[in-house]
Design a protein around this ligand. Structure first.
Ligand SMILES: NC(=O)c1ccc[n+]([C@@H]2O[C@H](COP(=O)([O-])OP(=O)(O)OC[C@H]3O[C@@H](n4cnc5c(N)ncnc54)[C@H](OP(=O)(O)O)[C@@H]3O)[C@@H](O)[C@H]2O)c1
Length: 366
């Protein structure tokens, strides 16, 4: 780190996650210089008019590689297949890599090829990549040369399900059912008619129902927490909003129906795992508002709202329990571009750089 702070490069800086990285890095107290890379012709402030006045200018990805000697970190926010080909050049130059794409998320290159449809270009680096759910893998992240930032549905689901799974309450012989709505920025900035405003507004757009790519990643991560194979049925759709994920999970509970488990049991479990309020996992906040107990009372305020986390690095959680069926319900909300992408990546950078994990990220939602 130089005397003015960290120097960081961003590949894919013209895109949605890359733009969000720049927005957050511009306000980061430990960052002295940002080098955003794009292959396109558009000036930086035209690509990101929300950052007008920031003074950043794009350089080419080739020039960024040539500048590697002066970088502390490089973020990859490019499509799958880019970082696995290019990141080794940064690693060899001593630059630590944080990849927002799926390229380094699976230890086994065969699994990567099965899901992403091409052989892995740098299988020798997979073993050393840390998986970047900071809340669960801080120690691995701290030392890593490469961090694989998790998928946006995955970090939301893992933070929401970890207490149930690690606490031994989930009956993992049964499928975990997850239904999640993502904002349209989740589709990236390449234009597609189906996700244009006139098509999506006032509607919902289901996709990848045969098995979203994040399903196996969720199974991998929840399986690692449980120490066994698990089955996750993930259903995904875009909602008529730009940012945010609202994920709802249904998990069968061991010892169902014996009356021993209540919503309070689940709240205790979640509070123990993530810590109360900002203690423990600072960015994970549990909605603990009490219910009045009347059947079908539609107590909306006891569950988190996706609008509340927009623009922030927070994950808000809510829980409930269907006692008649023995099913625990978890609701987890994040901003897909922040906690689901750029914010988590910066949280990982903070841990790797040995600075406060929350630096540059403590602002609340819009
Ligand atoms: N959107 C989300 O909610 C989200 C959440 C978590 C993770 N991610 C992951 O983050 C990555 C970026 O997603 P995004 O939604 O931000 O996509 P995006 O808006 O489409 O931006 C991707 C950017 O990558 C650049 N790019 C494309 N091919 C490249 C290449 N071969 N080399 C260098 N740069 C290249 C493009 O910029 P230029 O053409 O200007 O170079 C483009 O602007 C993806 O891997 C995605 O899976 C996205």
């Amino acid at each position: 780190m130089g005397s003015n702070g960290l120097t960081v490069g961003v590949v894919g800086a013209a895109g949605y996650s890359g733009g969000e990285l720049c927005r957050l890095l511009l306000n980061h107290p430990g960052v002295g210089a940002i080098l955003p890379a794009s292959r396109g012709e558009l000036p930086f402030e035209q690509a990101h008019p929300n950052l007008a006045g920031c003074g950043l200018e794009f350089l080419s990805p080739e020039l960024l590689v040539e500048s590697a000697g002066g970088l502390d970190f490089v973020f990859y926010s490019a499509p799958a297949g880019t970082a696995m080909r290019e990141a080794p050049r940064f690693v060899e130059a001593g630059v630590r890599v944080i990849d927002l794409s799926p390229d380094f998320r699976f230890a086994d290159p065969v699994v990567y090829e099965r899901i992403y449809g091409e052989p892995h270009a740098s299988p020798h680096l997979l073993g050393e990549a840390a998986y970047g759910v900071t809340e669960l893998y801080r120690d691995d992240v701290r030392e890593a040369r490469i961090v694989a930032n998790p998928g946006c549905y995955v970090i939301t689901g893992v933070l929401g399900l970890a207490p149930l799974v690690a606490g031994g309450l989930a009956d993992l012989d049964r499928t975990i059912h997850i239904s999640a709505l993502n904002g349209t920025t989740g589709a990236g900035s390449t234009p597609r008619r189906e996700v244009m405003h006139p098509e999506v507004f006032g509607s919902v757009l289901p996709y990848s129902m045969e098995g979203h790519r994040h399903g196996p990643e969720l199974e991998d991560r929840i399986g690692a927490l449980a120490g066994r194979k698990v089955c996750v049925g993930l259903s995904t759709a875009h909602g008529a909003f730009a940012r945010g994920i609202c994920l709802q999970a249904s998990v069968s509970v061991r010892g169902r129906g014996d009356g021993a488990i209540t919503r309070e049991t689940l709240l205790d479990l979640y509070r123990d795992f993530h810590g109360p309020g900002h203690e423990g996992n600072y960015f994970v906040l549990l909605n603990e508002l009490p219910k009045n107990g009347k059947p079908n009372a539609k107590e909306y305020d006891v569950y988190p709202s996706v609008a509340s986390v927009a623009g922030s690095n927070f994950c808000h959680l809510g829980v409930d329990y269907d006692a008649e069926r023995g099913i625990a319900k978890t609701i987890a909300v994040t901003d897909n571009l922040v906690k689901g992408a750029a914010g988590s990546a910066i949280q990982n950078m903070n841990v790797m750089a040995g600075i406060d994990e929350t630096a540059g990220l403590t602002h609340y939602g819009l």
